[in-house]
Design a protein around this ligand. Structure first.
Ligand code: NAP
Length: 234
């Protein structure tokens, strides 16, 4: 699929910037979503190609509406913007940490997706990629793969995002949409100190998201996949 129009939220840095870069390198027109105009403009300048700044704070309804007005037609929406506030277990956590995390990682995705659905419906091949996390897998959590109960706000927000992904896929299946969630693996970004200290290449994860963004009509929908497109248990 060439000459598609894509929007990547939170594309001024990290995995989102790499997704925007790879889509642009592949010849797509890319709206670089950024809540800060200056940081977004800098990313646009660094990425080059056919990239455009789209100021977009996924927690701000007015910002979302203003951004959606600027985009007439859209083939690819990558809901990448996300935050990790703290590593608290539920008994330790401030309720506000859950609220802030869900506001961005869950409600933000729903608000942005719904605002851009009219533009996506103008596409002949609409694709939505939600950047989730393996730590949102309840099956992996129950196996004890991650810290026991830690990062509860973030991890449960990604579990909720996975559920929402499945429901969008089911609701939009008759309209040609492919909607999938992707676990990027641990990547060296500014998400939190653990990610920053890792040696995971964000570009490797971005390549998986780009494959999901460019899925053919025989591709999967309603799935939770790792960056290498192997299934992750819910
Ligand atoms: P990052 O470097 O911190 O980038 C996060 C991006 O989201 C930034 O562009 C940030 O913008 C943006 N953002 C945050 N809140 C926003 C809002 N309200 N509106 C618009 N943009 C907002 O982290 P990252 O690792 O690349 O994260 C990208 C995605 O990958 C997230 O969904 C994250 O949960 C997921 N993920 C990452 C890892 C990892 O190891 N890195 C692992 C699993 C999943 P600002 O620059 O303005 O803050």
């Amino acid at each position: 699929m060439s000459n598609s129009i894509a929007l990547v939220t939170g594309a001024n840095t990290g995995i989102g910037k790499e997704i925007a870069r790879q889509l642009a390198d592949g010849g797509q027109t890319v709206y670089v979503g950024s809540r800060d105009a200056g940081r977004g403009q800098q990313a646009v300048a660094e990425i080059g190609g056919d990239t455009r700044l789209l100021v977009l704070d996924v927690t701000d309804g007015q910002s979302i509406a203003a951004a959606a007005e600027q985009v007439g037609s859209l083939d690819i929406l990558v809901n990448n913007a996300g935050i990790l506030v703290d590593g608290a277990t539920p008994p330790e956590a401030e309720l506000d940490s859950f609220r802030r995390t869900y506001e961005t990682n869950v409600f933000g995705v729903i608000a942005v997706t719904n605002a851009f659905l009219p533009a996506l419906r103008r596409s002949g091949r609409p694709r939505i990629v939600n950047i989730s996390s393996g730590t949102g897998s309840l099956a992996w959590s129950a196996e004890g793969r991650f810290s026991m109960g830690g990062g509860a706000a973030y991890r449960s927000s990604k579990t909720a995002l996975n559920a929402v992904t499945l429901f969008y896929a089911q609701a939009l299946a008759g309209d040609g949409f492919k909607v999938n969630a992707m676990a990027p693996g641990l990547r060296r970004t500014g998400l939190n100190p653990r990610a920053a200290a890792s040696d995971g290449d964000p570009a490797e994860a971005a390549a998986g998201a780009v494959r999901l963004a460019l899925l053919g009509d025989d591709g999967p929908t309603g799935e939770f996949l790792s960056w290498d497109l192997t299934p992750v248990p819910w």
